[in-house]
Design a binder for this molecule. Structure first.
Ligand SMILES: C[S@@+](CC[C@H](N)C(=O)[O-])C[C@H]1O[C@@H](n2cnc3c(N)ncnc32)[C@H](O)[C@@H]1O
Length: 275
């Protein structure tokens, strides 16, 4: 039997290709939604004019753009080629690198603030990514990451994963990834940031609303624009897909508003300062 030299390496390769493939759909369907927390994140790490910010796993650059609006000096890094290409187009004032969050191509103490919005749950070794951010952050600078809360506190995740659990198969043939909701728990975030050397650690929870024109749009949107949930849904049998879709439409319809459907979700925000 051959042993895997790095944890989750098949998963990393699968996700890198998948994120590059879905970059355009991700940009419109997901980043537009998750950017609801951008200002809270930038406030938490004190981003203002002139601050040298690193946006780790920057995706298509929505958060970088919000920081540039505050006149911060922005560097972004992401390992998916097409994500970086869109970020460069969106933010001509920023500098963007294709690279690995676990092995940052920057000098020690280079940045005054570092942010990672919904990246940590994708990293095969999150502690290593946090240590890398700690290394390139200046003393006195702030670091923050976010992660989805688990389905018990997150109606959107409960809707999608509940439908698969009830009407499909959670164990489809996809490379195994790190636990999706590990950092959706405040105690885990506190523990990991403190152990990495951060102080003034504080944890908060932020709301995100998923808005769709109609309940019928939820599943097709998730299928084409997400890294892990999309393939999980797409790999169900046709009958399972029909039943899952019916359950998602039924569940999403309970969140009907004048604007379509608005399904609540939330992320944990974890912040620390480098002594
Ligand atoms: C859910 S997206 C979040 C993107 C962006 N931060 C946002 O809020 O829109 C996760 C991003 O992490 C990137 N990513 C995953 N693992 C990575 C790694 N090891 N190094 C760099 N980027 C990574 C993916 O390419 C993807 O763009």
């Amino acid at each position: 039997m051959t042993s895997d030299p790095t944890p989750y390496s098949a998963f990393q390769q699968f996700e890198r290709e998948r994120f590059s493939l879905i970059a355009q759909d991700y940009d419109q369907a997901i980043a537009a939604t998750t950017s609801q927390v951008n200002d809270a994140l930038l406030d938490a790490i004190k981003v203002k004019s002139g601050v040298k910010l690193l946006d780790v796993a920057c995706g298509t650059g929505w958060l970088s753009a919000a920081a540039i609006k505050r006149q911060a000096i922005v560097t972004g890094l992401d390992y998916a080629e097409n994500m970086v290409a869109i970020a460069r187009e969106r933010c001509p004032q920023g500098r963007f690198y294709q690279g690995d969050a676990l092995n940052l191509p920057f000098d020690a103490n280079e940045f005054e603030a570092i942010v990672c919005n919904l990246g940590i749950l994708h990293f095969p070794e999150p502690e290593r990514a946090i240590a890398e951010s700690f290394r390139v952050l200046k003393s006195g600078g702030y670091y923050a990451f976010t992660c989805w809360t688990p389905p018990t506190r997150n109606p959107f995740m409960a809707l999608i994963l509940g439908a698969v659990q009830n009407y499909g198969n959670m164990n489809v043939d996809l490379p195994q990834g790190p636990p999706l909701f590990r950092f959706g728990e405040a105690t885990e975030c506190y523990h990991v940031l403190s152990k990495a050397g951060f102080n003034q650690v504080f944890i908060n929870e932020l709301s995100i609303n998923w808005t769709f024109s109609q309940a019928q749009d939820v599943m097709p949107t998730v299928v084409v624009s997400t890294a892990r949930l999309g393939p999980l849904l797409a790999m169900q049998t046709q009958e399972q897909q029909r039943n899952i879709e019916r359950a998602i439409i039924e569940g999403a319809s309970r969140y009907s508003t004048d604007n379509g459907v608005e399904i609540p979700a939330s992320v944990v925000l974890a912040v620390g300062s480098k002594p």
